[in-house]
Design a protein around this ligand. Sequence first.
Ligand code: ADP
Length: 903
Amino acid sequence: MEGRYRGLLEAAPDGMVVVNQDGEIVLLNLEAERQFGYARDELVGQQVKRIIPEGFAERLIADGARSAAEALAQQIGTGIELYGRRKNGNEFPIEIMLSPLGSPDGVLVTAAIRDISGRRAAEKRLAEMESKRRFVEDALRESEERYRVLLDGIRDYAIFMMDPEGRVISWNAGAERIKGYKADQIVGQSFSCFFLPEDIRRGRPEEVLRITARDGRHQEQAMRVRKDGSRFLASLTFAALRDPAGSLLGFSEFSHDLSKSKESEAKYRGLLEAAPDAMVVVNQGGEIVLLNVQAEKQFGYSRDELVGQQVGNIIPEGFAERLIADGTRSAAEALAQQIGMGIELSGRRKDGSRFPIEIMLSPLESAEGILVTAAIRDISVRKAAEEHLRQSEELLRLTVSSVKDYAIFMLDPLGRIATWNEGAEMLKGYRPNEILGRHFSCFYPAEDIKSGKPEFELKEAALTGHIEDTGFRLRKDGSRYLADVVITALHDGEGRLRGFGKIIHDITDRKEAENNLAQMTRELTLKNQLLGSVVEGTTDPIYVRDLENRFLLANSACAGLFGRSVIQVLGTSMRELLPNDSYYAVAQSDREVVLAGDTRTVEEVAEIDGIVRIFLTTKGPYRDADQKTIGTMGVARDITERKRSEERLVKTARELKRSNDELQQFAYVASHDLQEPLRMVASFTELLAKRYKGRLDSDADEFIDFAVDGCNRMQGLIRDLLAYSRAGASGKALHRCPSEDALNNALVNLRAAIEESGAVVTHDPLPAIWTDDKQLTQVFQNLIGNAVKYRSAEVPCVHISATKNQSGEWIFSVRDNGLGIDPRYFERIFILFQRLHGQTEFEGTGIGLAICRKIVERLGGRIWVESEAGKGSTFHFALPETPQAAESGAPGERDLAEKEAKR
Ligand code: ADP
């Protein structure tokens, strides 16, 4: 049995270390050597804490105070994270299972140490779920690793490979141990060096290869030579390795040293029990001859129930049978068939349930013949994790392929398209078969290709891991769209670039909307600025107030009214700015505007800083976007000054009128009442002249003449003054009358003067106008009278005409061929008592033209003269066609006029 246990120990896939009560390593297996990187001799006799963390190593040892079983109970299932330390100082995660081992030297502890770095990595990968590709690579690596572990684990067999010429290309630990060469010493050498010199001479190495190549496999038992020259009997199996096409890749050799040493059985039993895997030893009849605790646990049987049973009961039969070495093939051959076959296996429990397993095998020669040890590992957890990963990936793949708004695809490291989703097809218009394998630069516009943009983007992504770009891309039909592109470099576990992931989103619409918005915002800003500068630029206060009379907007002019800045005014209520009376008046008018809902212009009076101001305010409701009134807005104009000057003007006009009235009344009264005594003086002077002319001396006659003349002049003056004071104050309403009638009346009145001078008076047809006919007669009479009076040597010719001007006035003209007037006096002649000629030359009072002006102006017109001295004059007067609010005479004046009429 001892050989059996020893085989088990060496075949175990875990590192096995046996420690005594002093913490010294007393035994270890090949895997432990490999894991910790020490040769066996370096570790035996050493403290276990060298390779396992101290705290743990110490607690692991049973001491006087507690039994080995107690020490173990403490450790198992503690679930703490442990690390082993390699000879080179590196640490790696481990899992430890313990079992006590009674021995003649006292209680030993067996530790089965498993390097779980691989599992850790797998756990991490699961969390990452990055890509199926990476997972597959990892899985592949893992299986290679397992394969290598297996080869290394088979310590009793030299297993290595050769090229077609027989040169060694791989080397396992068993080969090193059996043949004594280290890998670096033998790789590249011909395998003939393992042969005896006599065999080499007769060409046996070449012959073996030839036979193997021909038959596919070859088996023999023969003597071989170790590196140190010692000889041993070996059992050898050669196999030819061919690729699927059948061409020869090389050979493998499995060899076995048939001479062995012996070791303590108890130690091996302990090791078997401590193994974390279920271990089952099967004989050539397929019967179970030995198993460990773990196997009991896994399959749910007690040991007694399984020993002697067919292994097919717990492991599927087909496999179990092939697993057994039989007469026609060696155990090594059976193994060769199984290793790396990668089929899915399952174990069957006593209750009939199945669970996925992984089996590692090693042959074991014993007194009962060749046995096979199977290390069976329950991989349900890993399977479940794999399945979970697969499902997640499937989900991810489905998600990616069904995304329609985004083109999502992969590029190989050279930029060729490797995958294509539905979104990519919709966005770019290519079917998968049209685009897969093509270079991705076909999506770029010509100018980008010329500038090397596609290559640049890949390089950049490879360098920095990730790039983002917004730019134009092409669809299959050549049309452009604006794309938002993200390129991500994809690396495998070793950091090699595997390709690129590309995500593209069409943002043409979004960009357009953004542009429109930007344009609108610009226009709005411009309008706002314009509006702002208009509002700010005006000197009229402009405001918006809410319904509580707080300023929402105010321009500087508005804020300035209150002696504040715009910022200070905003948010402030009118209540704080105005005294109560003024505030209520303004608030009331605001309320009315809000109620009426329309814009109106009102005069507002407000006391600001103690000064009463008057505003002409145009105000209206201020509405929000929903047309709801939320305040009032208005533009005010401070009309205080205008109002005051208007008032002043009215007052002045009133005063002027009063004094004018008084003056006129005085003139009238004076001229009227002077007539009475004058008439008496005149009549008595005439009487005096009649009775005493020629009766007194010549002086007396002359004095009487002077007196009569003076009286006549005085009467003329008074008559004219009276006429002047009455001018324009007829009190009669204006009516439409033919101006020709007025002219004819004037000519009748002037008949004596006209006849006496022999003057010729002509006229054009004259219009009918709104006027006072008597007064118009007076104007004609004065002007024609003057024209005849101030005649030259020629026979006076007077012509009267009328034309209408553009503003609808009638311009009357009285043209003469008389003396003419120096332009210097054009204004002066219209002033009362102003004359250009002396009394001896021409009689006159200097009142005629003043009367004309007064009448014309009161009819709403004007009068002026055009002349040149010596060339005659033309007097013009303009009268409105329609009646004007011609000022009627003062009341007093009218009364007097009536009085005069009665007389
Ligand atoms: P009076 O004729 O009584 O002097 P008016 O007021 O009618 O007073 O005229 C004022 C002055 O204007 C006259 O004294 C005369 O010198 C001048 N004048 C008026 N009409 C004419 C005219 N048609 N030609 C020349 N001078 C004139």
